[in-house]
Design a protein around this ligand. Sequence first.
Ligand code: 8YV
Length: 314
Amino acid sequence: MAKTKVVQVASGTQLVNSHLQENYEVLALWEQPDPQAFLAEHGKDVRGLVTTAGHGLKNEWLDSLPDLGVVSSFGVGYDTIDAGELKKRGIQLGNTPDVLNACVADLAVCLLLGSARQLVWGDRYVREGRWPVEGQFPLAQSVSGKNVGIVGLGGIGVEVARRLAGFDCEIRYHNRKARDDVPYGYEASLTALAEWADYLVLTCVGGPSTHHLINREVLLALGRKGTVVNVSRGTVIDETAMIQLLQQDKLGFAALDVFEHEPQVPSALREHARVTLMPHSASATVETRLKMSQRVIDNLDRFFETGQVISRVV
Ligand code: 8YV
């Protein structure tokens, strides 16, 4: 029997790549100099498309994929995929939620603690031999017992909250609507949450609905006492406003895993002493990437077996 044809947008993990190679006829889009022209020629009986949250897919490809039934994407975020357009065309979209919640929350807390206690700078201070010469390292910020505001209390946000409650922090959150299944205080005004918070942790979705949600006004409310921690999407923060406020000493600290124009990170951020940076790594552990890979595979296989992906966005 002929294998089902799938397009693979970008090379994936070893597990995903080998599963696709063994079980499907794979069209490797990343190897094509002109993906649009390639799909126009070869897209006719393609039934699945595998991509990542980082690579997404282009709407203009869809006209060349008339038999496409399923898109399986590596990652929980799907801001690079037009889910509305897929829905209109009756194409299912599967992503990899839940399996990465704990891992992403771990990095959020790691960034928060690392920024507060100046872990990266302290490490450099010791390595560079400055301790015996310059003496006492500057005082840092406490975490235990402080106020933590969470923007976007979904699966990842709840894991962050649970962890920081263990540090005796008071937790409040901002969502579009209050939840009735969590013990944390709801704050309808994002600015009021920022004013109250010592640490503002962003775990909301990306895309147009949250574009520059954390604007100059919110960052000013967070102020010099505050730290913004972002494991969501770079687009959620007005990066230019954040840089200005850091430079003007009107915002305390920033601990960032994501950026507006990845992998480009402005030199103003790279050079700033009160900024802690990671290269979009919140889900990047061996264990979590394995689980995400398995979900990408399961979403695809299950669609062809039963007509339903497991983790369905649309
Ligand atoms: C990955 C992510 O880095 O899940 C997401 O939405 O942003 C991360 O887990 C990304 O999916 C890799 O493409």
